[in-house]
Design a protein. Structure first.
Length: 52
């Protein structure tokens, strides 16, 4: 798991990451966006087929 200090199994919303974990998550998200830039249309982010 990329952020082992955070328990991803509990709850669904309203949970906070520690600052260090939030920075790591942001870096991971930016890396994902860069790797999938050709599939992102700016409108349907949730419709991306990452299995292409």
């Amino acid at each position: 798991m990329a952020i082992p200090s955070f328990d991803w199994s509990g709850g669904h919303s309203g949970r906070l990451l520690m600052k260090e974990d939030s920075r790591l998550l942001e870096k991971m998200w930016q890396k994902f966006l860069k790797a999938n830039a050709e599939r992102i249309d700016g409108i349907n982010m949730n419709a991306i087929n990452i299995n292409r």
